[in-house]
Design a protein around this ligand. Structure first.
Ligand code: PBG
Length: 333
């Protein structure tokens, strides 16, 4: 026979008391989300036009004028940092990725334009060869198809110096070569750029979530995949090891990428180091949200803010997200 309990229950402990009003929920909220934590990834078209990106609806490849206007709008909503990704014309792509070190290339020119128009905005640059490489890999490829570590690191140092000379505040190696943080630190310091920071892509996984980004930049590998340098999605201790190495090599900040499916990795990295931790909500994560929202299946604003809050809760200080400007605007409403 079913016996109903006598009401009211004798419950001295009722967690719902801490949820009873918006003000009480605000008092006990453990994680905050604000625009100062956002880093806005922006694509550079290298042309006079702002171009739609077929693989990333809602994002554009910006002309310099369009970019400066977009940064102004993001800054007005409180976003103080951007990271730049250039689309390099096929004609400029070579096996040695020499364009990556051109002092008058698209990235250095754009850094100077941002610094002139928005001196307070933190300019972060991506250090890796894939947009410039005719092989579409982050490193130099040998004749027999090997991604060559030490030879690549030398080019990355020159690329980082090119960005520093143009005025970058932070260089961000995303290539996953061994030893590049120490080498870049030494190269920067050797030329007097002791104030330029290194945000290392410390735990960057060989993820299916980068497809739309490679479409945006035309930077997919011509042959093979990135599994000999990017990490196996099955691993987390390896992320801890990479974190310890990057910290010892002099990284100022470390990053986990992707973010949403790797919250446990963010937590593990957070607990390994006292350095600031960034997480990158990548193009595939962006598209999963965008496409579900476009179909009317999810409430875009709520899912975006929830996904970003979850990344912060896992332990990220900073979040790179294509929603940066939009989320900042929502947070101001
Ligand atoms: C390239 C780079 C990639 C991303 C950032 N830098 C692509 C890759 O590693 O293939 C991906 C970002 C995204 O998917 O949003 N070094």
């Amino acid at each position: 026979m079913d016996r109903m309990p006598h009401l009211p229950l004798h419950l001295p402990i009722r967690p719902r008391r801490n949820r009873k009003s918006a003000a009480v929920r605000g008092l006990v909220r453990e994680t905050s989300l604000s625009a100062q934590h956002f880093i806005y990834p922006l694509f550079l078209s290298g042309t006079e036009a702002d171009e739609d990106i077929a693989s990333m609806p809602g994002c554009k490849r910006w002309s310099t004028a369009g970019l400066l206007a977009e940064i102004g709008k993001a800054a007005a909503a409180g976003v103080q940092a951007v990271v730049l990704f250039p689309r390099i014309l096929d004609a400029l792509k070579t096996r040695d990725a020499a364009e990556a070190c051109n002092p008058d290339g698209l990235v250095p020119q754009t850094i100077r334009a941002i610094k002139a128009a928005h001196p307070g905005v933190v300019v972060i640059t991506d250090v890796a060869l894939d947009p410039y490489s005719s092989d579409g890999h982050d490193g130099l490829v040998s004749d027999d198809g090997i991604i060559m570590n030490d030879e690549t690191v030398e080019v990355l140092c020159r690329q980082a110096l090119t960005h520093a000379r143009a005025g970058a505040d932070i260089v961000s190696p995303s290539d996953m070569m061994d030893g590049r943080v120490a080498a870049i630190r030494e190269a920067l310091d050797g030329k007097g750029f002791t104030d330029v920071s290194i945000l290392s892509y410390t735990a960057k996984y060989a993820s299916a979530c980068y497809g739309p980004f490679r479409g945006a930049l035309d930077s997919a590998p011509r042959a093979g995949d990135k599994k000999t340098y990017q990490m196996d999605p099955a691993n987390v201790r390896e992320a801890v090891r990479e974190t310890m190495l990057d910290e010892a090599e002099g990284a100022d900040m470390v990053m986990v990428k992707p973010a949403g499916m790797y919250l446990d990795v963010i937590r593990a990295v957070r607990e390994t180091t006292a350095l600031p931790v960034a997480a990158y909500q990548v193009s595939g994560e962006y598209l999963m949200i965008k496409s579900a929202a476009a179909a009317g299946w999810l409430d875009e604003k709520r899912i975006v803010l929830e996904s970003l809050t979850a990344i912060r809760r896992a332990g990220a200080d900073m979040i790179l997200t294509y929603f940066a400007r939009q989320a900042a605007e929502w947070l101001r409403e």
